[in-house]
Design a protein around this ligand. Sequence first.
Ligand code: FAD
Length: 514
Amino acid sequence: MHVDGRLLENNTLIEGDVCIVGAGAAGISMALEWDNTRYKVILLEGGGFEYDPKIQQLYAGKTTGQHYYPLMSSRLHYFGGTTGHWAGYCSPLDPIDFAKRSWVKYSGWPITREDMDPYYERAHKTLELGPYDYNMSFWQKREPAMEPLIENDTVVWNKMWQFSPPTRFGEKYKKNIVGSGNIYLYTYANVVNILTNESGSAIREVIVKNFEGKQHRVRAKHFILACCSIQNARLLLASNQQAPRGLGNDHDLVGRYFMEHLEIKSAELWLIKPAPLKLYMIDFGVTKARAELAIHSKKQEEFEILNGTVSLTPLEIARKVKPAIESWDQQDPRKSVDSFLGNIIKAEKESPQPVTGSRSYELFTRIEQAPNPSSRVTLGEEIDGLGVPRASLNWELTPLEKRSIRKIYELLGQELGRAGTGRVTLMDYLWDKNDYSWPSFTGGGWHHMGTTRMSIDPRQGVVDANCKVHGISNLFMAGASCFTTAGAPNPTLTLVALTLRLSDHLKGLMKHKA
Ligand SMILES: Cc1cc2nc3c(=O)[nH]c(=O)nc-3n(C[C@H](O)[C@H](O)[C@H](O)COP(=O)(O)OP(=O)(O)OC[C@H]3O[C@@H](n4cnc5c(N)ncnc54)[C@H](O)[C@@H]3O)c2cc1C
């Protein structure tokens, strides 16, 4: 069922069993799980079915610290959310990513990769991925030309990625949501405030507003915020009528530990003989799986480094492509995507690759960022068109990121040299011993994580192992804001899996109470 929030009578009271805020990857995944159940599910979406500049403006905000993309263009604010722009790269986190690592402060999820496996498998269906199998041998059987650069995987291994079409949630699932008998989608229903009971122990209602000057109230037994990481933190912080520091923020953690994947060119690979390196190449819309090079968890432990992966692009192409941080510079996300993709397509056209492959490749790093309390989302001084303080992002890296990248290439160079395959030359910035300095082309993957991190200890995290906000009985967070650490893979597969896990937990709770 679909209701346009602008057409409702002012001050309508909407009531249901479950209220999900935000219809992006997390919100839609969650809602679909409840289709055809006896529960009334309210799905609140701030935008409509199409891009709307006035709604998108609500995402504008300031950035400080490490240079970042404009906040307004790094997400999409309408039905389907940022999946309208995502590229579909998917891979699960490794077991070590969930573990407590003595050399990574604030690491250690209260759940393991084993806990996540059944949900990863289910998330594969939502994201239209292939079989839940990330063994290189499985994919090599389908495509024998996928030969690894390094056979011995005790230091460097081949971590597989799968590619979603990419699923555009707004297009793929609109019919299912709108046609559902028990899911009530309200568009133009922007949540601007969350109100608790007197003691602050439970959510009473949320307030939604739109630019038609209408305001409505929504009541439910359980509330799930699925508005993306920056927005999840912003809403909790801005809901400060009853809790002056914001909801779930007794320990000043909401918005802190913002993490991105640092994405940066780092080295060149010069092969002894040209090779197409099919295992590592990507052809959008065609490639179902490919590998990136990664460091074995035992070596990460030995050298006390972060988890990261290395992708390869023929050097002739890579040298012509502008870094993402330079090409994705427009406030309007549609213009940014055009300039970003246009630049890649042009470089590929200008440098067609011979079938025998290239002799030289650019090595590009995607690495987790160490959790850092100073890397954070706060409320800015300016307010948006609906009266909510805008988000401010201070993106801050630590020396561990740079030290880890340097070590990854040192190990990779040694392994390729030993195998007689080729040699690796590091970029100048990695020779600079100042681990606080980063070159101008340092970018991120538009992956926002960690702002309502998970921990069983309320002094260490905002949500518990079931994504419930500590101290509030009926408020849950869905999305990468719950990540304790980032791992190297892009976040959407993991955030959808975590959302399906949350959905099961909630169903259990409601069954119990029925
Ligand atoms: C260019 C680009 C490429 C990417 N490529 C990849 C990739 O290859 N692989 C990968 O894993 N990830 C990728 N991502 C990231 C991916 O898009 C996000 O991880 C994912 O969309 C996050 O899902 P979400 O549901 O948390 O947030 P979103 O998808 O952003 O959805 C949030 C929803 O909440 C709504 N909303 C916000 N505030 C409110 C409010 N106050 N009231 C009501 N509704 C509200 C929004 O309108 C939106 O619909 C990419 C992102 C970008 C920008």
